[in-house]
Ligand binder design. Structure first.
Ligand code: THU
Length: 142
């Protein structure tokens, strides 16, 4: 299933609103002195737990960890490997999508139907799926 959609905040979906709020709080904790671009993520497991992440930059730029991957690492460390959706909050218009590196990391655990919900500070929202953004993830050496 592929979902594409644009819209404002989702007053009719309180659980999604809660995820968005948690991602916004995580974004405030981002360590982004080099790019100044803060990202917050909230990853929901299939059993309903939420793991947040923010980008953590480094003076050696390539050592930077994105918000989405930070959230995945936390979840796996807590024993979760099945996920429903992720909310990514940025101050970007249109709302930013996860980078390809993060999509590949998500694809290790999530199928094509995994929901990716990008939200900006104005409440602009775009919903899509892992399968839409990364239709052919690398699946390992044959
Ligand atoms: N960033 C993320 O946190 N997630 C992404 O999917 C793309 C980019 C961060 C990395 C860096 O700290 C800043 O955004 C600018 O690239």
């Amino acid at each position: 299933m592929t979902m594409h959609g644009k819209g404002g905040m989702t007053a009719h979906d309180p659980e999604l609103n809660d995820l968005v709020q948690q991602a916004r709080v995580a974004r405030e904790r981002a360590y982004a002195p080099y790019s100044k671009f803060k990202v917050g993520a909230a990853l929901e497991s299939s059993s309903g737990e939420v793991y947040t992440g923010c980008n953590v930059e480094n003076a050696s730029y390539g050592a930077t960890i994105c918000a989405e991957r930070g959230a995945v690492m936390r979840a796996v460390a807590e024993g979760r490997k099945d996920f429903r959706r992720i909310v990514v909050v940025t101050d970007a218009e249109p709302p930013a999508q996860p980078c390809a590196l993060c999509l590949q990391v998500l694809a290790e655990f999530c199928g094509a139907d995994f929901e990716i919900i990008s939200v900006n500070l104005q409440g602009g929202t775009e919903k899509t799926s892992l399968g839409a953004l990364l239709p052919r993830p690398f699946n390992g050496i044959p």
